[in-house]
Write a protein that binds this ligand. Sequence first.
Ligand SMILES: Nc1nc2c(ncn2[C@@H]2O[C@H](COP(=O)(O)OP(=O)(O)OP(=O)(O)O)[C@@H](O)[C@H]2O)c(=O)[nH]1
Ligand SMILES: [Mg+2]
Length: 307
Amino acid sequence: MAFLTHLPIAPIHHHSSSLFTRFVLSSKPKTLLILTALSSTSTIKPSSSLETLQDISITEHPPLQIAKEKLFIPPETELSSEKPPRILKGSNIVLSKYARDAQVISAEFVKSSVETEACPSDGSPEFALVGRSNVGKSSLLNSIVKRKKLALTSKKPGKTQCINHFRINGSWYLVDLPGYGYASAPNELRKDWNKFTKDYFLNRSTLVSVFLLIDASIPAKKIDLEYASWLGQNQVPMTIIFTKCDKRKKKKNGGKHPEENVQDFQDLISEYFEAVPPWIMTSSVTNQGRDEILLHMSQLRNYWLKH
Ligand SMILES: Nc1nc2c(ncn2[C@@H]2O[C@H](COP(=O)(O)OP(=O)(O)OP(=O)(O)O)[C@@H](O)[C@H]2O)c(=O)[nH]1
Ligand SMILES: [Mg+2]
């Protein structure tokens, strides 16, 4: 945990939505229980709760086998002993009865704010995209809303000091935050970034979940582990979005496939969390994970609205 020592320690904040993902530092022993019931051919049939989304495969080829303890089970969701759980493809997320209204019908830029107090105050739930510069935040946002240039990709990394709100379907927000870890940003700027975004994470009461983007085409970076741990320590609900999963070529510097990097990252952070955070593998090139993110957001949002 030595790498955490230089991070500012903020007071523990209790999010209204922290029921969802109460991450506490822990060193729980791990046991392996593989869900063998998942077959490589099973798919989720379209149902009222999935609306118009087409069949969503719940397994991978080869089947993605996830230990039961490593699944993200939304509240009010019971795992049945007879039926295998419905798991979103390329993720550890179990579908709940709250998964609905997952289509994007409209998306518009609303405003850029320089502090939490200046953010929209209509009380709509929101999801914030955060991650290292170049991890693919803007590309993912554009992929989610199916618009090529809604999120600005031209802004200089490390320079933006803004919280950018995009209104989806007139009822919830996607929030683009400045990237962290920009190597050539001056120290002062990096400190500001910490103050600025961390205040937002801790004090934004309508923040349903932070979406922490991690580049799955490269090995885990120290700064990403630091942020995952910081969010966990402060009980900020977090979803891990692995990006660039289409990049399959092993790099000559000991590179690994996205699946291996995804596994490594989880192993690295697992000791810091009592409950496993939800994660999804994505690509803005192939749109892998797009529908799954939207379903995950919808079930978090609909649960949040009810409580
Ligand atoms: N292969 C591949 N490339 C991607 C993917 N997502 C983003 N990229 C590329 O990665 C680069 C950075 O993407 P951006 O979306 O601008 O990243 P960002 O996180 O918004 O970066 P900053 O704005 O600098 O913080 C671009 O060249 C993208 O084309 C992906 O899923 N697969
Ligand atoms: Mg960007």
